[in-house]
Structure formats: C-alpha cells, structure tokens
Design a protein around this ligand. Structure first.
Ligand SMILES: [Zn+2]
Length: 815
C-alpha cells in the first residue's frame, strides 16, 4: 500500500487583490530564510537552471515585485517522462530540518507528482510533493527525514545540486512557478542520527534504518520535543555543539568518524539513547555491555516492557511492545543498572533486560515499535527526561499547548468553541468537554509547580477527553454507504467473524469487503482455485463471514486480489503456472513469477471462473476487483503476449519489445491491447455474475489517476463506469492530507460519472492508524462532495477496537 513520504503544508496565504486569469498572483512576503531569490537575468537563469533531456528552459517572471521561476512542462505529443531542471548550488542542510519554497500551478492535472532531488557525493536525496492546482502561492516544506536515499550521498552538509522534476501524468502541457527557495528548522537539543551510510556499506538495511528513524521522530513529535535528523556522515564534535542528547534509533553500522564524534560529545557531558545497536567502541564510554542476538522463543515472548525496582520517573507500569527479538545488552557493575525488563504476553518476566541506564546513556534492547503509542510516548519521555531533565519542562509545556490541536482546530480555545458550537443542549459531548477543561486546569497547575511528568499525564488525559467530545459531537449522514476493506480472510485478528461484523453493524457500517481470494488461492471451498490448507482448520471463511453479515444486516462484497498470486499461494502452483508460460515477463526479460499474464486465455478463464464461482455458491451482495491491472509499465512481455499482440494487430513486430515503446504506430496499439486484456475480465464477470445472481453489485478498488494509470497499468476504469460494468468504484485515495484527498475525489467523480464513487480512506497507511480526527475530516470531505459513501482501509484490531467505536458515537451512529 502506498505510503506518503513527504509532508506538504497546505496553508494558503490569502491574497487580498483579486486574481485575474492568466496572471500570476503576487508572491507573499515571508520572514523565512531564502537561499535562492533569483536575483538574475533571464539569460543567467537559463544558464543556471539546466534543463534535462528535452525539457524546455525556465524563465524568470515578476509577480508583485518579487521574482519567480516559470517552469514549463511540455508533455503534449512528446514521450518525455518528466520535465526537469538542475541548478548547481552548495547547500548545508546538515543541521536543518529541510527545504522549503513557494509553489504555484494553475493546472497541475497533467503532472502525476513533483520531486525535489538534492545531489550529494555519489547519490541523491529524493522527496516528493503532491501535484495540486492552486490559484494562490502555496508553501511547500520537504522534510529531510521524509526524503529517500538514492545511490551513495555524502551527507546533507555537502549538497551541491538541486533538481526539480514534474512527472508526466497526461499528454497535456502545463507550467508551474517556484519562488523563495530556502531552508527551515535549525539545530535543536536532540539530534536523531540517521544511519545514511548503510547505503554504501549495507544497502539491504536502508529501508529498516529509515523505518525506525521515522518511528522515533514520530514519537518525538507526539511528545512535543524538537529535534533535528542528522546523517551519520555529518556527525562531528563541532556540529554536535549545543546538542544535549543524541539518539541512535536504529544504527546497525556507524562509520568511525560518527562514533568518534559521539565519543567526544559524551566526554563533554553529552547524553545518548541507543536502540538495539550500541557501537562497540562506545561500550567503555557509556558503561553498558553489548550482548548476543536473542530471538523470541514463541509469539508473544517479548510483549511488554515493565519497570524494575529501580525504574525511571514517569515510566508506565506496562508498555506494550511486540518485539520479535532483542540484543541482550547487560549492565556493568557500578556503572549501570536494569531499569526495565521484557515480559511475555502471560505477564511473566523473561529475565531479559529491556532498558539499561548509566550516567550518560540509556539503551533499549530493541528498536521502538509503533504499537501502544500512548504508553510508548511516556516511556520515551521518561528516558529523555532522566538524561536531560530540562527537556521534561519543554515536553510538558508542549503537551499542554497541544491540547485541542486536532482535526480542524488550531488550539484549545478554537476546539472548545468549535465543539461547543456543534452541540446545542446538555449532552455527553458537553460533559466530556467539561472534563477536558478541568483536567487541563490541573495540568497547568502541575506545570507551574514543576511537576512535569504529572503535567504531561494530565495534558494527555485532557486531550483524550477533548477528542472524545469531538467524536460525540459529530452527527451521522443518513443513507450513507459505509464500508471497511478487510485484508485478512480470517477477519480481525483476535475476533471471530461474528464479533467483527456485529461491531461494524453496531457502529453504523453498512458493508464489508473481505479479501477471500487471490490469483492462486481461495479461503473457502473452491473447485476453481486451490483451497488454502487453513480452511480445513478454521472453516470456510466466506460461509462464516456471510452468516455473520446476514445476522447483523451488513452487506458482504467478496474482494479478489486479481492476477497476483500473493504470499498464501502454494509454491508448486506458482511453479506450474510458470512452466506453462502463464506468468509475467518484464520488458527487460526478467521474470515476474508472482503475477499471472493477463492476456493468457487460461488465466483469463481462471480470473473469471473463480469470481463467478463465488457468486454461484454464496448469497453474496457483491464481487470486488483489486489488482485489476498490470503491476507497472514493465509487464507483460512474455512470448505469449508477443504472439497475441501480433495476432491482434495483424502483423509482426520486428524489434520486440523495443518497437512497442518507440514505433509511433505501435505505441497506442500496445497500450490499447493491455487495457483490453484487463477490461475483458471486468466485462465478463459483470455480465455473467448478474445473470447468476440478479442484483449482485460489481465494484473495484482502483488507482487514483485514471488518465495516467490507463497507460501505465492498463486500468481503464472510466470505461468500466461508462459501460456500467461497475456498480460502484473505490479509488484508493490514501493520503494524510485532506486537501489532496478532496482534489483527488473532485477529479474522480467526473470520471465515475453516474456510477457511485466511494473513495478509499487510507486510515491504516497513516503514521497513526488510529487517527480518528483525521478520519472524521476525510469522511466530512466525502460528505461535502456528496459521494454517498466511503471505504476505509483496513479493518484490523486497532481500527476495530480504537477507531470504530469512536466513529459510532457520532459520525456513523446507527440510526
Ligand atoms: Zn504475457
């Protein structure tokens, strides 16, 4: 599932003068630090901003007395993948939070997305930002921590080139403007070290490094501590001056220079938190010993962190943390001690240290995992506050300041007034609001008395009351289609189908889309696909789910992952399909064994018959397509595809496969051929399923940008709506940004036409998959756009127990 890697701030400046068409709005004045204010002539600008390949040159324009770069995107009738410009510019972002600029693009629809690249050493840092049409100037901030690493960059301190790229979305020209390029965020008392250098020494670790650096920064954000993410390539004693605490979130291979830097920093009174890995050379410096790798004995073995007799102030009595292994570090007599132990899910101590504390360092014997966020935040705060007590004050006043900062509200007063305005008479919502207010007053008193840990607990409770009041104050919208996708064929982990469906019904949901079949496996008794062995142990999952749905009046639409054979498909089945020439081959000739070739007649038959079997055997409300597309542009170039394509166009292709990408006569024919293979399945299933079970609903989960995706992955869903193959469509609009979400749906409603469009909300893809306020915000967008419903991804344990009941209290309250 796609995860957004870049945070874009959609704060719009209000421009006082009216905007005349074709005119660029005046660039607003900012106090921000600008590194590139374009103080040069047209000619110099064109020399400095080198266009790539067939990109057109930039020009400098005047907008309200300030200068902007005009960047033309020439896509119409061309085959360029992107419009892109390089500017050589030395930038030092080592101790900065990221890069920012002002952006304006009247029509961004021809652009799939924008990227900013920063070149350093032998590599790049890459960040994306969404393509949003704007009538005004929009500030864009790209955080270093969200940027991906390509090749072997030499650190953020040595950036020498900035590249701006607009990726082709449609065969239409457009242009965009950039102004006031600058840096934001500076220094901080906490430095989180990102183990960048593994890109060279252990590239396989890069994703994991990134993930756990992310988790750490999300927890720091949550507790309101400011920090800077620094590359291990930029860590030197000079740069660490002013820093109080260094955090190693997951640093399996630190370069010697960075270890030396941290050693000197500790020698001068600095403090360290190290998770999972403690560089060997630091052992004598911090007085904590490394140990061996210890895997879990069984599932649930490392399940919580609990204080020892000598714990840290503010540490929760139980912090849930499902770890699968640890590094068994140990204390050194007289220098360090165990502050917390690992406990198994039966509550028993494992006797393995979880947290070890010395004078200048705290080691956690695993990485921070993003479960049990409330207690985990307090645990982290206890660790930070123990080492650097002054940070407790910062966190406590930050926590107090954040009460009421959620959903549409910017602070406590706005939230209090806003929620009060939503409810007219005395109600549960008002009493929750009152409790929030009381708890906040207590928190403020504790803060002024210097009782920071207690103030933080009070602030968190006040925030919870506030959010609860906000949920209670929402009202349901009658007649709405409210659905959850359920990715597991066995429903919600820890619940049976009956329980899971009852919860949906009790909280006003009308439909569920359970994933019961893949390209090569079925989780029910199938005569068409291999039946999963787990069906023998746990029963026919469609039967169980459907029985519950009937009992509680919830619609059941069976979700198939098409073509993709997935994790559960028997390896022998995959190998057999490959031997028969039925699996995909990429453009470069490499195999893509997990995917069935969509043009192979037997595969088409398998896709169609497997779905029809469900309609025939079970009284389902609907059939739901997913992965109903090619994996990407690279498929499928198998021998069968060549033959079938040549038959379809009535002639041979001389240079296969290059000609289908380069020969003007073949390009469109090839793209049409791919679309046709996919559309055939949708049409056949729709027609025949409706004969088998009149009234059955056909639906599909689709990509966001039909215009681009019909070419890239052959998914031509506008046609499916026009032809009424679909009864409703669910674009997977997984974004954390409400404005991006709105922008996507506005386009999609036009493509869906008269067919209902129930947008997919990416709850489980967000950094906090229990973010009820963001969910309410996005449901409100679907209501404002009159979609008639929405589809939430995904129905899992946290969503079922933490999110759903809160929605049911107001937003989706059962009528
Ligand atoms: Zn093929």
């Amino acid at each position: 599932m796609p995860v957004r890697v870049v945070t874009v701030l959609f704060i719009m400046w209000v421009v006082s003068s009216p905007i005349i068409a074709e005119e660029i709005p005046p660039i607003p004045a900012t106090d921000d630090e600008v590194v590139e204010d374009l103080p040069y002539s047209q000619q110099t600008a064109q020399a400095l901003w080198q266009p790539m390949d067939r990109t057109k040159p930039v020009s400098v324009v005047d907008a309200g007395g300030r200068k902007a770069l005009r960047m033309p995107c020439h896509f119409q009738g061309t085959r360029v993948d992107r419009a892109s410009w390089d500017r050589r510019l030395n930038l030092d972002l080592a101790w900065r939070t990221g890069l920012q600029f002002l952006f304006h693009c009247r029509d961004a629809t021809p652009v799939a997305n924008f990227s900013v690249y920063l070149h350093s050493g032998d590599g790049w840092y890459r960040g994306n930002f969404d393509a949003l049409s704007t009538t005004m100037w929009t500030p864009v901030q790209i955080h270093k921590k969200d940027m991906a690493v390509e090749g072997h960059p030499a650190g953020w301190g040595r950036v020498d080139t900035i590249r701006i790229s607009a990726w082709r979305g449609q065969d239409v020209d457009t242009e965009f403007y950039i102004a006031a390029i600058g840096l934001f965020g500076r220094g901080g008392k906490i430095a989180v070290v990102h183990n960048d250098s593994v890109a060279g020494s252990a590239p396989g670790e890069l994703d994991t490094v990134r993930r756990y650096t992310d988790v750490m920064t999300q927890f720091l954000d949550r507790v309101g501590l400011s920090y800077v993410v620094v590359s291990d390539l930029d860590v030197t004693p000079e740069k660490l001056k002013g820093t109080k605490l260094v955090i190693l979130p997951y640093n399996p291979k630190m370069p010697d220079t960075a270890v030396d830097g941290v050693t000197k920093f500790l020698g001068e009174g600095g403090k360290l938190i190290a998770c999972y890995h403690l560089p060997k050379a630091l052992e004598p410096v911090v007085g904590i010993r490394n140990g061996g790798h210890v895997p879990q004995k069984c599932a649930g073995y490392f399940s919580s962190v609990r204080p020892s007799e000598k714990s840290l102030e503010g540490m929760p009595s139980v912090t849930g943390q499902s770890s699968w292994n640890i590094n068994e570090m140990s204390p050194v007599e007289g220098r360090s001690y165990v502050a917390a132990w690992w406990h198994a899910d039966d509550g028993q101590s494992t006797g393995k240290p979880a947290i070890i504390v010395s004078d200048n360092c705290i080691c956690l014997t695993h990485v921070l995992v993003p479960d049990d966020q409330a207690n985990k935040s307090r645990l982290l705060l206890a660790m930070v506050g123990h080492l650097v007590p002054e940070l407790r004050r910062e966190a406590a006043s930050g926590a107090m300041g954040r009460i009421g900062e959620f959903g549409p509200y910017k602070d406590y007063d706005a939230a209090y007034r806003g929620i009060h305005g939503l409810v007219s008479s005395p109600s549960e919502a008002l009493s929750a609001l009152q409790s929030a207010d009381e708890r906040r007053r207590q928190g403020l008193a504790l803060l002024s008395e210097g009782q920071f840990s207690k103030a933080i607990v009070a602030a968190e409770e006040a925030q919870q009351f506030m959010i609860h009041a906000y949920c209670l104050a929402q009202t349901p919208f009658p007649g709405e289609h409210r659905a959850f996708w359920c990715h597991s064929a066995f429903g919600v982990d820890g619940m049976d189908w009956d329980h899971a469906i009852k919860l949906l019904a009790d909280n006003g949901f009308t439909a569920v889309l359970p994933n019961m079949l893949w390209g090569g496996v079925a989780f029910y008794k199938s005569d068409v696909l291999p039946t999963s062995a787990t069906v023998g142990e746990r029963g026919d999952q469609i039967e169980l789910c459907l029985a519950a749905c009937k009992r509680y009046g919830v619609q059941c639409h069976i979700w198939k992952v098409n073509y993709n054979m997935g994790w559960a498909t028997d390896k022998a089945f995959v190998a057999q399909r490959k031997a028969e020439g039925r699996t995909q081959v990429n453009y470069d000739g490499s195999p893509n064994d997990q995917w069935l070739c969509p043009s192979h007649r037997e595969n088409q038959k398998l896709e169609i018959e497997s779905m029809l079997e469900v309609a025939r055997k079970y009284e389902v409300n609907g059939l739901h397509f997913d992965y109903i597309r090619y994996p990407d542009r690279e498929g499928c170039f198998c021998r069968g595809c060549r033959t079938r394509f040549e038959t379809a166009i009535g002639r041979n292709v001389r240079n296969w496969p290059a000609d289908v990408r380069n020969d003007d006569d073949l390009v469109q024919k090839w793209l049409d051929f791919r679309r046709q293979q996919i559309t055939t399945i949708v049409a056949a299933v729709a027609e025949r399923a409706r004969q088998i079970r009149p009234g059955i609903k056909i639906s599909a989960a689709v990509f966001q940008n039909w215009l681009a995706d019909r070419d890239s992955v052959g998914q031509d869903w506008r046609i499916w709506c026009q032809q009424r193959y679909l009864d409703f469509v669910c674009p997977m609009d997984y974004t954390a940004s409400a404005s991006q979400f709105r922008h996507l749906i506005e386009q999609q409603l036009a493509w869906a036409g008269k067919v209902p469009c129930y947008p997919g909300i990416g709850l489980s893809t967000w950094s906090d998959p229990t973010d009820i306020c963001r969910l309410i915000e996005q449901i409100n967008v679907t209501r404002q756009l009159k979609t008639g419903g929405f589809t939430v991804f995904n129905y899992g344990p946290a969503e079922a127990t933490k999110v759903l009941p809160m929605l049911g209290e107001g937003m989706t309250q059962r009528q």
